[in-house]
Design a protein around this ligand. Structure first.
Ligand SMILES: Nc1nc2c(c(=O)[nH]1)N[C@H]1C(S)=C(S)[C@@H](COP(=O)(O)OP(=O)(O)OC[C@H]3O[C@@H](n4cnc5c(N)ncnc54)[C@H](O)[C@@H]3O)O[C@H]1N2
Ligand code: MOO
Length: 434
């Protein structure tokens, strides 16, 4: 057991306690924010065939050209090869017929070309489009008609694989999946991505005085930690799988940490235990316990961890706020993070112990930033202070309202400044807030 270790040591120890998750295939939507576990390859070429880059006419040889067909994106391609002097009316993205040497956009075509919303009508394939006259008619530009103009060979034809060749590696393993990555992956034919999956987090909110909704009665407080954890966990690369309210008392906490499967033999709750209703089987990677971290009569976390034979890795951190935080490993390998009940202290502890664990498990890196600090800051002689700040042209400025029981300052802030013990004005690290 380690007593109140320094803040940097606690953060490093938390990161080192996590074993990175095994790669798995997940549907595109679920991959957002994860790291690619394998390079992303093009399963198809882009474009997949030679296509037109413009709405107009695909032409062969020199003009004028007789319009022999119309080809729409998504419609049947032109069956044969174009011969010199022939053209097909073509939509952007439609396959260019064999033999076509260039595409002549409508607006560069001479002759009796009807006007009026060519692209939209052509894409829609609707009759009444610009060239929507009867097939075989004699108006210039319609099938059977004639168009002229000047073309540059190869112009306005996107060749197969010109943007991305089939089989090309477009992103390396380790890339973080962004919304744009999902679009690219879909364009390249992927339905699933091989990623480091998001670690699953179970949240246990303790405290008989804690209520979930409405105005808290005298002596009660609204849960302010449960509501911020899912977003924080998601931001750090994980996912909150369950949030469970527990009554004060060691039995419920012990049972919840040990898991329903072990304690609910025969489907029942252990005799004498005040069982939380609907407690799901707890098989997440990390369990977060909110409250019960200190030394009061209702603070049972340490005793329960000891009973369960957990390996306590961190027992108190020299940081303000948040010093009663804890980290332990259960015998089945799951990590338990103990957050203090005071909400700003819980946030500080979540950023100290939980976020590094989730980042290590998911492989999603944290932004690193240092800054000058201006305004009044009182360093602590022995402990690191985490101070809510806003960035400004003259450095990070404390926003105040930073009592351990209140999230006001952190809600006004865009980062926490890490003020080391005995700080004397040098640049400080900023931890980004979710
Ligand atoms: N004798 C000592 N007492 C305390 C110490 C200490 O070292 N020795 N440390 C203090 C510090 S610092 C903190 S932080 C708190 C930590 O308390 P616990 O983690 O044991 O949490 P509780 O006692 O249950 O609650 C503390 C405080 O927070 C409120 N609370 C609890 N859960 C929530 C929640 N989900 N949302 C909003 N507020 C919550 C609770 O009502 C209490 O007011 O211990 C100090 N005491
Ligand atoms: O540090 Mo407690 O963690 O002050 O609120």
């Amino acid at each position: 057991m380690v007593e109140a270790i320094s803040w940097p040591a606690a953060r490093a120890l938390a990161a080192g306690a996590a074993c990175p998750s095994k790669p798995s295939s997940v549907p595109l939507r679920e991959a957002l924010g994860c790291r690619l576990a394998a390079p992303l390859r093009a399963l198809v070429a882009v474009p997949g065939v030679d296509v037109s880059a413009m709405d107009g006419y695909a032409v062969a040889g020199s003009g004028p050209w007789r319009v022999v067909a119309r080809v729409l994106a998504g419609g049947a391609p032109y069956g044969g090869a174009l011969r010199a002097g022939e053209a097909v009316e073509i939509a952007t993205g439609a396959p260019v017929p064999a033999g076509a040497e260039a595409v002549l956009p409508y607006e560069h075509a001479d002759g009796d070309v009807p006007r009026g919303g060519p692209a939209g009508d052509l894409h829609a394939g609707g009759a009444g489009g610009p060239l929507g006259g009867p097939v075989g008619g004699s108006v210039g530009g319609v099938v059977g008609g004639v168009v002229g103009g000047v073309v540059v060979p190869g112009r306005h034809i996107r060749r197969r694989g010109e943007d991305i060749a089939e089989g090309a590696v477009v992103l390396g393993a380790g890339t973080v999946v962004t919304p744009v990555t999902l679009g690219l992956a879909a364009a390249l034919g992927h339905d699933v991505l091989e990623v480091r999956p998001r670690p699953r987090v179970a949240v246990l909110v303790t405290g008989d005085e804690v209520v979930d909704a409405g105005l808290p009665a005298p002596g009660r407080v609204r849960d302010a930690i449960g509501p911020f954890l899912p977003g924080l966990v998601e931001w750090a690369g994980g996912r909150v799988a369950t949030t469970t309210r527990l009554p004060d008392g060691p039995a419920a906490l012990r049972a919840a940490l040990a898991g329903w499967a072990e304690h609910g033999a025969g489907g029942g709750w252990p005799a004498g235990a005040d069982a939380p209703s609907g407690w799901p089987e707890c098989r997440e990677d990390v369990v977060v316990v909110c409250g019960a971290s200190s030394k009061g009569p209702a603070d049972h976390l340490r005793a329960v961890l000891a009973e369960l034979g957990a390996d306590v890795l961190v027992d108190g951190v020299a940081v303000r706020p948040g010093h009663p935080q804890a980290l332990a490993r259960l015998t089945d390998g799951r990590l338990v993070v103990g957050l203090p009940g005071n909400p700003f202290a819980a946030l500080a502890a979540a950023l100290t112990l939980l976020a590094p664990i989730l980042r290590e498990l998911s492989g999603v890196p944290a932004a690193r930033e240092t800054s000058a600090l201006s305004g009044e800051v009182r360093p602590h002689p022995r402990d690191t202070r985490l101070v809510p700040v806003r960035r400004s042209g003259r450095g990070a400025v404390p926003v105040g309202h930073d009592r351990p029981g209140s999230l006001w300052g952190a809600a006004l802030a865009d980062a926490l400044a890490v003020v080391p013990p005995g700080w004397s004005g040098e640049q400080v690290e900023l931890i980004e807030l979710p």
